[in-house]
Design a protein around this ligand. Sequence first.
Ligand code: ADP
Ligand code: MG
Length: 694
Amino acid sequence: MNVPELFGSLVFNNAVMQTKLPKDVYKALSKTINEGRHLELDVANAVANAMKEWAIEKGATHFTHWFQPMTGITAEKHESFISPTKDGCVLMEFSGKELVKGEPDASSFPSGGLRATFEARGYTAWDPTSYAFIKDGVLCIPTAFCSYGGEILDKKTPLLRSMDVISKQAIRILKLFGNQKVKHVNTTVGPEQEYFLIDKELFLKRPDLIYCGRTLFGARPPKGQELEDHYFGSIKPRVSAFMKELDEELWKLGVLAKTRHNEVAPAQHELAPIFSVTNTATDHNQITMELMRTIANKHGLACLLHEKPFAGINGNGKHNNWSLATDYGANLLEPGETPHENAQFLLFLVAVIKAVDEYQDLLRVSVASAANDHRLGANEAPPAIVSIFLGEELTEILESIENNTPYKGKETELMEVGATVLPHFPKDKTDRNRTSPFAFTGNKFEFRMVGSSFSISGPNFVLNTIVSDVLEEFADRLEKTDNFKKELKEIIISTIKKHKRIIFNGNNYAAEWVTEAESRGLSNLKTTVDALPAFITEKSIKVFTKHGVLTETEILTRYEILLENYCKTIHIEALTFIDMVKQLVIPAVVSYENDVLEVLGRKSKLAISSELEEKLATQLAELGGALDRKLTKLEDGVLKTKDIADSLELAKFYRNTVFNDICELRVTVDELERLVSKKHWTIPTYSELLFSVM
Ligand code: ADP
Ligand code: MG
């Protein structure tokens, strides 16, 4: 395999554009891509034609506007290139108009009530900053999606807006530090994607995995992850074959798939790409998740991207490594070589600290879902409390700056802003704490609360917006002052003083941290239902509207969609569980009971001791009774949801009643699974699901 040749072979990337487009068209398109200039129709026509020719050469027959509605997954409607001629034949056509704009029916995508008040029609608009690519014989054109009224209905648009905002504010800061060459600042992201691979045949026997993405019950296997023998272990042949094909297909699509390894839990794995500009990283992560599913299927496997497919076993996260980089590739979160660069680094660093502290709740909202609730706060993932890990060294440096005291006890080493060279922070020094939700890892921050199935758009547009807000405030102050150095120092020191409560280098899983965090006044929004209202507070609306990332209507509709999603998820889980209990669990229990009772009857005729069978029969009868009562309770709860009109109240009811009933029912089903013979219990168990792929 020639990887360099394979890489990007299905992408209409810059190299292809350069060879396929007339010079003036290429120039105009580059201006659109790099500077956001408007694209004239004749240019669009020329680009569309070149794209079509190239796509047809690669075997494509269709095109699609590939977009990211609020479902969190991608959507596509294929249109063939064919156009009839007078003599009954067809030509392959694709116009600039078709490239630039599409009109899918918006009415079947989540709109959080926008539908009622606005037009049902929506349109998609080409995002030329993300390359078109060919997937499965279809030319996919990355697009943004909005309603005709202009309200955005997708995940891409707020991300693009937030990237513009942060660029603008970061440039202001860089200019103040005398940087004349910077044209653009990008946020960069490398999302580490965790997933499970299980056998497809077993997957198909579990309606809960099919409909909910997670097991609703399942007794603990005798062996879990306690031996930690899976992490970085050798990769089994079937998994390896899957990973090889996945890498190959991702490379063709220009995705920088880099690292692959086994994770801590049995059957769990991770793929990490090399980081790229956030918009591309987001599109690529969507493609990665999709290909993981389809390629697993080809290999007789099922890929589980749910945040918590198995209780008692580690869940799936997606570590969102985030930084800021100039158009010429300088990482703004990299401590520099000169005192001057370091003063700038410190300013960006404290901006992130302030943003995370001031908007803890919005970051929590950005990772909130029914599925991720199982993960956050369980003792394997970051807690629901947002805090920042800086590492000892950097924390000491900030302390020394704040207090104007010597650093590391060395009298001479006063950490004077703008006068001292900071030490570099090698990764191994800063990355020891794996429990932190938001960790500084040498030259970037790693936001670890993101769920594995999430589009990374949400967490990133929130992060970009809140950091922009602080950068704007800093830039305003620094532009006004006539003593730059003094004002800079004052900003850094006062920010550390005011926001250091968010810094926590200890064990985030420890029970004491919860108490400690509370005494520091940090918020602890345990579930999605607790978190979501923070999205529609005055403060939240202000920060998003001020920077033009979301309008008030867009926030309110997104809030509704998130609540609705939460309710629907638990509703589907409840219905699936009810069905499984009735159709699989109860029949298994009854037929086993029948076997036991038959032996009991025969034994009693022969007057043989039946101690074991009696005990079994009693246990089965008792658990059966509990099962029935709990099932009825769950069914009643589901019925009651119909009477609740207010969406927040409904979500609360789902969490406090329906979800609790699901948990209660699970306890009994798990006990029954341990008791009922394998012959009768036909549902694949945790042992089979987790240990059968060789
Ligand atoms: P791990 O966290 O598993 O130890 P690494 O820290 O080496 O792994 O890398 C995790 C991810 O961080 C990778 O996807 C990598 O490309 C990404 N990354 C590295 N530098 C940056 C950066 N400046 N901005 C964004 N992501 C980055
Ligand atoms: Mg990591």
